[in-house]
Design a protein around this ligand. Structure first.
Ligand code: ADP
Length: 235
């Protein structure tokens, strides 16, 4: 039954995104059509290469949108079950380390020992975390820093991962739009990452908290209810 509920939620999410996607794909599609028609006219080689570049860029954008939608419409990779958050964080960091090193970004980590387990789809949760980490790395300059910390919050008994960057920060007017599907400030961004991440977290009973100061940096905190009794909770 749980599997059926999850399937239904997944399809609902995909359906909701598909409606927005149709809209988002129409613009690049019209651009591709328009510039392809222009290529037929008598144009200079410089114009030809400009129009071709636009067509390639717009096609790539459509492809990213579809890829991102499919990532979440596909059945979960590992299924929902008790998961050790420190392991997921360590795995996610392994994947972004090379990119961070190349960009000169320092990754500072601190893991709380003996955290309780959480109930999530580990592979999906990894996608959520990687998304937040990539956003952080895109927000910081080459001398920037990203601090990743796992800890237990005794107030609401959640296991948390916080990702703090020393990046560009987010304006107060944009903070409220972060989780809207297709909201992006990036050239070539899809604006799907956080909206999907937020829904996935909610489907596991968790949430994403954001704290940001424009020009100083942002903290994204992923909070999940602790599965009690799996491990003791001393820090
Ligand atoms: P995308 O990365 O494709 O733009 P997301 O949904 O992941 O889509 O992010 C939406 C927007 O939220 C970004 O375009 C950016 O403006 C803002 N954002 C997300 N994370 C950060 C961050 N760490 N620092 C600054 N802005 C961020």
């Amino acid at each position: 039954l749980e599997e059926q509920v999850q399937r239904a939620e997944r399809l609902a999410l995909a359906g909701e995104l598909a409606a927005g996607l149709a809209h988002e794909i129409r613009n690049p599609m019209m651009a591709v059509k328009g510039f392809a028609q222009l290529l037929r006219e008598e144009i200079t080689p410089a114009e030809q290469s400009e129009y071709t570049d636009i067509i390639i860029k717009e096609t790539a954008r459509m492809n990213r949108l579809i890829e991102e939608l499919l990532t979440f419409a596909r059945p979960p990779a590992s299924g929902v079950g008790p998961t050790d958050i420190n392991t997921v964080v360590a795995d996610s960091l392994l994947l972004i380390e090379p990119k961070a090193a190349r960009s000169g970004i320092e990754l500072v980590r601190s893991f709380a020992p003996n955290l309780p387990m959480v109930k999530v789809d580990g592979e999906r949760f990894k996608q959520v975390l990687i998304n937040v980490l990539i956003n952080a790395s895109q927000a910081v300059d080459s001398d920037g820093e990203i601090r990743i910390r796992t800890f237990f919050d005794f107030a609401d008994r959640t296991v948390r991962v916080s990702v703090a960057d020393t990046g560009v920060g987010i304006s107060p007017e944009n903070i409220g739009k972060l989780f809207d599907p297709f909201f992006t400030t990036k050239d070539g961004g899809t604006g799907l990452g956080l909206s999907v991440a937020d829904r996935l977290m909610a489907s596991w009973g968790g949430k994403i908290l954001v704290d940001s100061t424009l020009g100083q940096g942002s903290v994204f905190t992923l909070a999940l209810p602790a599965l009690e009794g799996d491990k003791d909770e001393q820090e």
